[in-house]
Design a protein around this ligand. Structure first.
Ligand SMILES: Cc1cc2nc3c(=O)[nH]c(=O)nc-3n(C[C@H](O)[C@H](O)[C@H](O)COP(=O)(O)OP(=O)(O)OC[C@H]3O[C@@H](n4cnc5c(N)ncnc54)[C@H](O)[C@@H]3O)c2cc1C
Length: 371
């Protein structure tokens, strides 16, 4: 029922606007609010904080449908899922009531601020610094490529509180966007997923109350930031599945309409084999996604399975959307048809939330851990 509701929503409220959002670089706040009203957001936020109290396995079903509707919409809408993660797993009761409550009681956006201009994959080399000053921390730092930042009510921010302690000297904070010293950069002009908002955020002597140190403890920022990925990467994998499925369906339909050399495109074995490989990759990606989501919901460490799912689904999505453009031929290269937009959208799935190279590093580290 949840999947059906999400599919109908994607069909009726997301797809019809996808091209416009992408062309106009427009953030779909009104449709995110509609999804919020239907209970299709904040799915893994516990009920006591106003969320739906569901699991990651439920969430990935919705994410796949949102991405099928428009990958940019799904990224824009999922910023809250990623950002709520470290508060759910590491926040104090007061932080959960206040900041998860803000997301569940109204359609508000929260953004996850880890990446910096000189530090993306190598998170340990961030430079943001928070220095304790009485009952506040003075936060300084520059964050880069932050999803949803232009519309955010609050940010999860990773910064050092003790640079000499390496990654164990990192702490995480909840920072409200309205506070003095928070400055937004301009919206990036991205290759794809242009409905989503991506921009830099500058923290210039921001006074952060000690109550907003996540978990009330210095030194657990790295753990908080990384733990969130075990819950969010299944959703990025699901985005890849939804995007791939959309491209596949368009290509299959087009191959039934277009004829060359006297027969339908899919009657040429070379095209049929491309479609067959696309479908196998989608099935495999979805099963990897469901497996890691199920592990996350059942208390099984899913760091490696999330990396398998994210890496394979994202790389497959890039291949599948590229093949969809190929099957459309010259029309595929035109923005008049949806497959070009899907191919542009696929690329970032191999880059954000840990690139495909970083997922392979995680898999390598996990599988050699006990050797
Ligand atoms: C649209 C978009 C939205 C984003 N949203 C957010 C967000 O909400 N919050 C946030 O904090 N960040 C966000 N990011 C940032 C994203 O997570 C980073 O861009 C990503 O982690 C890669 O970091 P980088 O861009 O600094 O690339 P780099 O780390 O400089 O890497 C460059 C290339 O080298 C490869 N590479 C790096 N190290 C190695 C290695 N050891 N071995 C092999 N290859 C390696 C990488 O895979 C990549 O291909 C977003 C980025 C984009 C584009």
């Amino acid at each position: 029922m949840l999947r059906e509701l999400a599919h109908e929503f994607a069909q009726d409220s997301i797809r019809p606007h996808a091209k416009h959002w992408d062309d106009a670089n427009e953030f779909p706040m009104d449709v995110i609010a509609e999804a919020h009203g239907l209970g299709l957001t904040n799915l893994h936020v516990p009920e006591e904080y106003g969320g739906m109290g569901m699991g990651i396995a439920d969430e990935v079903l919705v994410t796949e449908e949102f991405a099928w509707g428009d990958p940019g919409f799904s990224t824009a809408a999922y910023s809250n899922g990623l950002t709520a993660g470290p508060v759910i797993t590491g926040g104090t009761e007061e932080q959960k009531i206040e900041y998860l409550g803000r997301l569940t009681s109204a359609p508000k956006i929260a953004s996850y601020c880890v990446t910096e201009p000189a530090a993306g994959s190598d998170v340990a080399s961030i430079e943001s610094l928070a220095v304790r000053d009485g009952d506040h921390y003075i936060l300084n730092g520059e964050k880069m490529f932050i999803t949803g930042a232009g519309h955010a009510d609050w940010f999860f921010v990773l910064a050092f509180t003790d640079k000499s302690a390496g990654y164990k000297g990192m702490s995480s904070f909840i920072v409200e966007s309205a506070w003095d010293g928070v400055e937004l950069g301009k919206k990036e002009s991205n290759m794809g997923q242009r409905a989503s908002d991506t921009r830099g955020v500058l923290f210039d002597d921001v006074h952060v109350p000690v109550e907003n140190l996540i978990g009330g403890r210095e030194g657990n920022g790295w753990f908080n930031a990384m733990k969130a990925f075990d819950l969010s990467r299944p959703n990025v994998a699901a985005q890849a599945v939804g995007t791939s499925r959309a491209a596949f369906e368009h290509a299959l339909q087009y191959s039934d309409e277009r004829e060359t050399f006297g027969k339908k495109l899919h009657r040429h074995q070379a095209i049929q084999f491309m479609l067959a490989d696309m479908k196998t990759k989608i099935e495999a990606s979805r099963l990897l996604t469901w497996r890691t989501a199920w592990e996350a919901d059942n208390g099984i460490r899913n760091t490696e399975s999330a990396a398998h799912a994210k890496r394979f689904a994202a790389d497959s999505c890039m291949e599948i959307t590229t093949d969809a453009v190929q099957i459309f031929g010259g029309y595929g290269y035109s923005e008049e048809y949806p497959v070009a937009r899907l191919m542009r959208a696929a690329k970032v799935l191999q880059i954000y939330e840990g690139s495909s190279q970083i997922q392979r590093m995680i898999i390598g580290r996990e599988m050699t851990r006990d050797l």
